[in-house]
Write a protein of this length. Structure first.
Length: 229
């Protein structure tokens, strides 16, 4: 399946069906992943779980059949994942190895290391690295982060995380990318992983409070105040 093939998919209309703009946006996100050389997630999103229904929408059976086929094809191409280590962390045991960081919310949110040192501050659309003073700008309209001084592209993201669908992929230089699958049944035990293009888990995230996110960076990944992400 190619990006052009995804963009070319057409669904018949029905008296009551899936919301067309939502389905079209999902297809565009999937096509952009394929255009960037990134395979679709093994757990291809299922519209029946999170897409709204409207009058004169896309036929339910046609849409469900298309996405069920994608899921089946991906399951045959990729081995089933084994048990994930964050399950231990998600049940409250603090022994996940790696460098611990946390993000605090507020007018200015901050990424702080285990010693209380601020690595990065985020206010509005501006992100500032504490050690170097380098400033980045979050351009939400273009779904990218750029160097505030030069305008040079730093990274961008495709897709979105929404109810029952972890579809965001972050693209970096050199065809590097991260996906963010989520495990857990509720807020208190949910763990999100950052998985790189090789399939390695590099960061684990969880909410410790409603306004605080804790992250653990894999011991195989270096981190410094100059490069906090």
């Amino acid at each position: 399946m190619t990006g052009d093939a995804i963009r070319g998919v057409k669904f018949p209309r029905a008296w009551r069906g899936y919301n067309p703009p939502q389905i079209d946006r999902l297809l565009r996100d999937m096509a952009r992943l394929l255009d960037a050389g990134i395979p679709l997630p093994v757990s291809t999103p299922q519209p029946r779980k999170f897409i709204g229904k409207v009058m004169r929408g896309y036929d339910l059976r046609a849409v469900d059949s298309f996405f069920d086929t994608l899921t089946s094809d991906r399951a045959q191409q990729v081995p089933a994942p084994g048990p994930a280590s964050p399950e231990i962390w998600g049940h409250g045991r603090p022994d996940l190895p790696g460098t611990r960081l946390r993000r605090t919310a507020g007018l200015t949110s901050k990424i702080i290391d285990s010693d209380g040192q601020v690595l990065l501050a985020h206010r509005g659309r501006t992100l500032r690295v504490a050690a170097s003073g380098q400033v980045f700008r979050n351009d939400a309209n273009r779904a990218e982060i750029v160097d505030a001084m030069t305008g040079a592209w730093v990274l961008c993201w495709i897709g979105r995380h929404s109810y029952y669908h972890a579809g965001t992929v972050v693209l970096g230089p050199g065809q590097r990318w991260l996906s963010f699958p989520i495990q857990g049944s509720r807020f208190r035990n949910a763990v999100m992983r950052a998985v790189d293009e090789s399939g390695a888990e590099v960061v684990w995230f969880r909410n410790t409070q409603r306004v605080t996110v804790e992250a653990v960076v894999s011991p195989d990944c270096g981190i410094s105040p100059e490069i906090p992400v």
